[in-house]
Design a protein around this ligand. Structure first.
Ligand code: SAM
Length: 278
């Protein structure tokens, strides 16, 4: 019988955020596949865990996925960890998960920290619907194109950022998305944890002046609904609107045309409503 692949979330800074279950899995699996063995050793040493480690990162992902799949076929239990947070979230793991499923292994997530979830819940921006976009492209043109693609998504937008790019990205976000409310969450769970909240223009100004260090998540509120809610067209509401426009000096024909457009009606429908109101 094929073995089990555990996707183990580890802390995003504060080691106290590791779960009991994560430690138990890391202690008992046959092998731990990690991004950087030195990094994972710090976690294991802190919790006095000793186990076999193998490195698994974006440059050897394909060959390692094959190797790990072979071990799973032979019945091994393997844990995947990334340097921080949840494997597979802007970190390698996807390829091995695919291969593990193909070879009939059991795939088990061991939940824990994800940076973007923690940034959103502390941002004060709506959590009803969330779009996670990972990292924006590093080139300005590509970044703006990507922002245009996601501009109208009806959800809070969440992006990962780097300290040397945050100022430029905030300017692009402001110019492409408009002056929305946003939050810059930095160094979550760590000593210098900070969440800066404000309009994109304010944050762009602040980070344009101030250089920052550490890891960053950018949270941006969804696009405002562009179309104001339309009033239901009735003979009375159409007639009222036409009269208002006429009072403003608009001629009768144009007023009818304008009112029809505002209520989402054709000109003839609006005319019929107007006649009915008499
Ligand atoms: N797998 C991780 C997760 O579950 O969130 C993400 C890994 S990705 C390579 C690294 C990025 O995650 C950083 O550049 C930053 O945008 C975000 N990140 C990770 N830890 C963070 C922290 N403590 N505070 C803020 N952002 C963090």
């Amino acid at each position: 019988m094929a073995g089990t692949l555990y996707l183990v979330a580890t802390p995003i800074g504060n080691l106290q955020d590791v779960t009991h279950r994560a430690l138990e899995v890391l202690r008992t699996v046959d092998l731990i596949a990690c991004e950087d063995t030195r990094h994972t050793l710090k976690l294991l040493n802190h919790f006095r865990i000793s186990n076999r480690l193998i490195s698994y990162h974006e440059h050897n992902e394909l060959e390692r996925a094959e190797e790990l799949a072979d071990r799973l076929v032979a019945g091994a239990s393997i844990a995947i960890v990334s340097d921080a947070g949840t494997p597979g979230i802007c970190d390698p793991a996807f390829r091995i998960v695919q291969r593990a499923i193909e070879v009939g292994a059991t795939v088990v997530p061991i939940p824990g920290a994800v940076a973007f979830i923690n940034a959103v819940i502390a941002s004060g921006i709506s959590t009803d619907s969330i779009f996670f976009g990972g990292f924006l492209p590093s080139k300005k043109g590509d970044r703006r194109k990507r922002l245009e693609e996601i501009r109208d998504i009806p959800a809070t937008l969440v992006l990962y950022e780097t300290p040397h790019r945050i100022a430029k990205s905030l300017v692009d976000c402001f110019e492409v998305l408009g002056d929305r409310r946003a939050a810059v969450a930095r160094e979550l769970t760590k000593l210098h944890e900070e969440t800066a909240r404000g309009r994109l223009s304010e944050l762009a100004e602040r980070y344009g002046k101030e250089s920052v260090k550490g890891e960053i998540v950018l949270v941006i509120e969804r696009a405002a609904l562009v179309e104001p809610k339309r009033e239901t067209p009735t003979p009375r509401s159409i007639s009222k609107r036409v009269k208002e426009l006429e009072k403003e000096g608009v001629d009768g024909k144009t007023a009818l045309k304008k009112a029809a457009k505002e209520f989402g009606l054709s000109k003839s429908e609006a005319y019929r409503f107007l006649e009915l109101s008499k």
